[in-house]
Design a binder for this molecule. Structure first.
Ligand code: AP5
Ligand code: MG
Length: 211
């Protein structure tokens, strides 16, 4: 399965990608997580990307595409992958068409009003990448990752003003991808407001129907 997860910031792409990756036994590729790892490592790319991410803007297509193309070549992607947060522009989608045969693009649909509440309570594990929510998906012990025991962090781009900017960027640059994948016959829309497991079921069903 080569699946793209589309949807606004806070739609649950990362949360669902984690579950789907276990279900299908294939890796998740999150360009956002890859960039955050570069920022933590203080690499030249990370240092340049930090300002862009913190302002809620997009990283350049060239950087994202070379990162993605390199990652997809790895052995663990032989049987497929879940793309979380990529593509985000029509240019990225066009380029991906040239190097990967996508089976389904699933749009997780969540209204803007719900997003702020979700991102306000998000906690992320800097070590293993697991995502939680203080109310909707809490850890057993407050602010400690259930999976690896690391201390959880808040993402710097989850400030209310940055969330609004990210939503604007989503509507302007990423939402048109729904029409793009509709034209390709690959688009499925799934309601992103139920429980995490209900949404996973909806995604699997929709993706299998398209594939
Ligand atoms: P990225 O990391 O991809 O962030 P994003 O798209 O803004 O999405 P989020 O990670 O914020 O949300 P999500 O949909 O993964 O939701 P989550 O599962 O965490 O990108 C970050 C930045 O990197 C971008 O702004 C850009 O600068 C750059 N970038 C990355 N890729 C790029 C690209 N291709 N091109 C250019 N730039 C790029 O869920 C959110 C919260 O809700 C969590 O707390 C979760 O526990 C909770 N939750 C999940 N599901 C439910 C549910 N069903 N009910 C209640 N709560 C739920
Ligand atoms: Mg995410």
């Amino acid at each position: 399965m080569k699946m793209i997860l589309l949807g606004p910031p806070g739609a649950g792409k990362g949360t669902q990608a984690e579950v789907l990756s276990e279900h299908y036994g294939i890796p998740t590729i999150s360009t956002g997580a890859m960039i955050r790892a570069e920022i933590r490592a203080e690499s030249p790319l990370g240092l340049a990307a930090k300002k862009v991410i913190d302002e809620g803007q997009l990283i350049s297509d060239d950087i994202i595409l070379s990162m993605l193309q390199e990652r997809i070549k790895a052995d663990d992607c032989k049987n497929g992958f879940i793309l979380d947060g990529v593509p985000r522009t029509i240019a990225q989608a066009e380029a991906i068409k040239g190097f990967a045969d996508i089976d389904a693009a699933v749009s997780i649909e969540v209204a803007d009003e719900i997003i702020e509440q979700r991102l306000g309570g998000r906690r992320e594990c800097p070590k293993c990448g697991a995502t939680y929510h203080t109310i909707f998906n809490p850890t057993k012990e407050a602010d400690i990752c259930d999976k690896c025991g690391a201390a959880l962090t808040v993402r710097p781009d989850d400030m209310p003003e940055t969330i609004r900017k990210r939503l604007k960027v989503y509507h302007e640059q990423t939402e048109p991808l729904k029409a793009f994948y509709e034209n390709e016959g690959l688009l499925a829309k799934v309601d992103g407001t139920g429980s995490i497991s209900e949404i996973t079921e909806g995604i699997i069903k929709a993706a299998e129907e398209i594939k």
